[in-house]
Ligand binder design. Structure first.
Ligand SMILES: Cc1cc2nc3c(=O)[nH]c(=O)nc-3n(C[C@H](O)[C@H](O)[C@H](O)COP(=O)(O)OP(=O)(O)OC[C@H]3O[C@@H](n4cnc5c(N)ncnc54)[C@H](O)[C@@H]3O)c2cc1C
Length: 407
């Protein structure tokens, strides 16, 4: 390798910024340069408004954020721990067969935290812009990508270009990089749209994430620090469109009925936003000098709140692979280097995608399948070790992750 290698990152979403921060502050900080590009300006977090986009972050994601030195700032600003998760299907959240996951059962203080998108992006962007070896450019839409033996050139929409040794595509589920390089994907649209909003309730959320599986799709309430709950309601798209167009009173009435009263009376709701849902998996995560990560590589149903967590594991893995290569004097854009990342992450991501897809299908089957679902839930509820395993897995505490990532 001649000169300082440059890692160009397409997309300053949480995953792109996380990999940028890891590399900018990592073991090779003085041996490589980082250049992050995004088509749109980044949101800045503001204490007085709660972002509609929030994520349930696992312990593994928290550790990554601790590792790059931003978790303390996030916790001081706004992060809601959730200690329990209750999953149910019928009108009674406490009926036998409903599943409760309690962090106390695995000796953990919580099962994760609910954190706003704008907060994550603000603190990570601050790390990137403060690093002497990194830069962040917004308003630059990726228009063309050309990989040559010595490097990769990215042509930008308004004119100009960026050149690097390797291009990491974290540009989301409609990844322009993936499309421009004609990297094949498999997957399907769910014909479901997730409607998100925040609600105020007369009952406490009790630091619990509630999830009810309804015939049209799952409805989740995630606890927020101000006592409200964040709603993610996946519905058939025509029903979601009606809900998005409805007034507050109608939205609250529909939610009240669907919620089975877990938060008692819902008294107010915020503005709403809708997200069309799809399952997508890139058949290859890599091409010469290019690697896909986050939603660009795999987009999963939000029912288990794991898409971002998987993307952050990709970020940690690809950063470690690139650093190892630089320290070994290898070319970090070499396809065989990038394929190490692909080999380590693809199996896990695919298994998670299939599991969430299967769960969504199972719970959308008609009533005849209810006894099968109920038996399955009761079996998990009764089997302590299985439940604990599922919790550790959802927290990202599987042994494989611990071994793989230095943090
Ligand atoms: C309703 C809902 C709820 C969810 N809840 C959770 C949860 O609780 N926990 C969890 O772990 N996951 C959750 N997810 C999944 C999570 O939102 C995604 O996995 C995550 O946002 C992916 O991050 P990313 O950085 O890969 O992509 P994105 O967040 O999509 O970011 C991509 C970035 O690339 C930029 N970009 C796109 N195209 C271009 C271009 N041509 N040129 C330059 N820049 C470009 C975009 O502007 C954007 O900034 C949820 C998803 C949905 C829909």
């Amino acid at each position: 390798m001649r000169g300082t290698p440059t890692v160009v990152i397409a997309g300053a979403g949480v995953v792109g910024l996380a990999v940028a921060a890891l590399l900018a502050k990592g073991r090779c900080a003085d041996r490589l340069r980082v250049h992050v590009l995004d088509a749109r300006p980044l949101p800045r977090w503001r204490a007085e408004t709660m972002d509609l986009r929030v994520y349930a972050l696992s312990r593994a994601s928290q550790r990554l954020l601790e590792h790059v030195g931003v978790w303390e700032r996030i916790a001081a600003a706004r992060a809601a721990p959730y200690r329990r998760m209750r999953v149910f299907e019928g009108p009674d959240a406490f009926a036998p067969g409903a599943l409760e996951f309690d962090s106390a059962d695995i000796g953990e203080p919580d099962l994760g935290h609910i954190v706003e998108d704008s907060l994550l992006r603000t603190v990570l962007a601050d790390v990137v812009t403060a690093a002497p070896n990194a830069e962040l450019g917004v308003g630059a839409e990726i228009a063309a990508v050309a990989a040559e033996p010595g490097g990769v050139t990215v042509e930008l929409g308004p004119g100009g270009s960026a050149r690097g040794t390797v291009l990491l595509a974290a540009d989301g589920s409609d990844s322009a990089v993936r499309r421009l390089l004609a990297l094949p994907v498999t997957g399907h649209r769910y014909e479901q749209t997730a409607v998100v909003m925040h609600v105020t309730s007369s009952g406490s959320h009790a630091d619990t994430a509630w999830q009810r599986f309804l015939p049209g799709g799952p409805l989740a309430f995630l606890p927020l620090t101000d006592g409200r709950s964040s709603v993610v309601w996946s519905l058939p798209t025509d029903e979601a469109e009606k809900l998005l167009a409805a007034g507050d009173a109608d939205v609250l009435a529909a939610l009240q009925e669907a919620s089975a009263g877990v938060l008692r009376t819902l008294t107010a709701c915020s503005a709403r936003a809708g997200f069309a849902l799809q399952a997508l998996h890139a058949l290859r995560y890599t091409a010469p000098r290019v690697a896909l990560l986050g939603d660009a590589a795999h987009t999963v149903h939000p029912l288990a709140g794991q898409g971002m967590n998987l993307g952050l594991l990709d970020a940690a893995c690809v950063a470690a692979v690139i650093e190892d290569a630089v320290l070994a004097g290898e070319d970090p854009g070499d396809l065989k280097v990038l394929q190490r990342y692909e080999r380590r992450r693809k199996g896990d991501n695919l298994a998670m995608l299939a599991a969430f897809d299967g769960l969504n299908r199972l719970f959308r089957l008609p009533q005849w399948a209810a006894p099968i679902r109920s038996a399955g839930m009761q079996a998990v509820a009764a089997a302590g070790p299985v439940k604990r395993l599922l919790m550790r897995r959802a927290l990202g505490l599987a042994a494989s992750n611990r071994d793989r990532f230095r943090w």
